[in-house]
Design a protein around this ligand. Sequence first.
Ligand SMILES: [Zn+2]
Ligand SMILES: [Zn+2]
Length: 153
Amino acid sequence: MSKLIYKRVVIKDHPYAPKDYRLKLHRVVMEKHLGRYLKPEEVVHHRDRNHLNNKISNLKLLPNEGEHTKIHRQALEEAKRQKKKRWLEQELNEEQKQVLTNIDLSTKLCNVCNTEKSLSCFHKDKSKPYGVASACKTCRSITEKSRYNSRFK
Ligand SMILES: [Zn+2]
Ligand SMILES: [Zn+2]
């Protein structure tokens, strides 16, 4: 995760204050709310991702960084899902319609040999946009053969 800038507050008599007494504001807000000091491994997460919004309603206490990473990963995946859905449900403008009517959805470019091939030339793969693998069957079998050969040399 990238380094983020947090609001800090100077509290001289905080027992866990660093040398410059500058404590992360969101952690102090959580401590005041809980009426106890935070353990060093505990993480305070900003629900709206805005690290400058330190209202208690925006803060969530998590037991450790692992739980924290999980929340961010889930949010990222949800955002991706929403983005895909938005694109599919979106009303197209004239320019996009023009472009899209010229696309042949029965063929696809193979990522390896760079040839336009019918979808039946690809193995099925539901995780991919067209529902088929990115390399065609021919290219796939070539890479598999070379992988097999290099293993038994
Ligand atoms: Zn967070
Ligand atoms: Zn190919």
